[in-house]
Design a protein around this ligand. Structure first.
Ligand code: CO
Length: 137
């Protein structure tokens, strides 16, 4: 599979404002703004750092997977995301290698990108997201 770069690291947080106070106020990162991602029932905030980003994820509904994650494990590392040039090809390749897909089809993520998750059972316990960049306007 062609993983082009580490796109971002996802961190589950109960409240974006509080998390931003830490990452921006104390560690000096700068957020690019906030965005609702209805397909995942979360509100996210990206903090660029070098070639990569942190993604803070706050649940917007009690049935969001992030809400369930927070309930079970508390705030913290949630997933890693790799950029791929062709997400459908990457999913087909993962499937052919026996990796269980959470998303059979890519879905819309933040910033008009297509995203899909691989099951942590088959990825060493690391929830793994694939991200295909939005086409250039
Ligand atoms: Co993500």
């Amino acid at each position: 599979m062609h993983l082009r770069k580490l796109d971002h690291i996802g961190i589950a947080v109960p409240a974006l404002a509080e998390a931003r106070a830490f990452w921006e106020g104390k560690l000096g990162l700068h957020a690019k703004g906030e965005e609702d991602v209805p397909s995942q029932r979360v509100r996210v905030c990206f903090l660029p750092i070098g070639e990569s980003k942190l993604e803070l994820l706050e649940p917007t509904s009690p049935d969001s997977t992030i809400a369930k994650f927070l309930e079970k494990r508390g705030p913290g590392l949630h997933h890693v995301a790799f950029e791929v040039p062709d997400i459908r090809a990457a999913l087909a390749e993962a499937k052919a290698q026996g990796i269980q897909l959470i998303d059979q089809e890519p879905r819309p993520g933040a910033a008009n990108k297509l995203v899909a998750f691989l099951h942590p059972r088959d990825t060493g316990g690391v929830l793994t997201e694939l991200v295909q960049p939005a086409p250039k306007a």
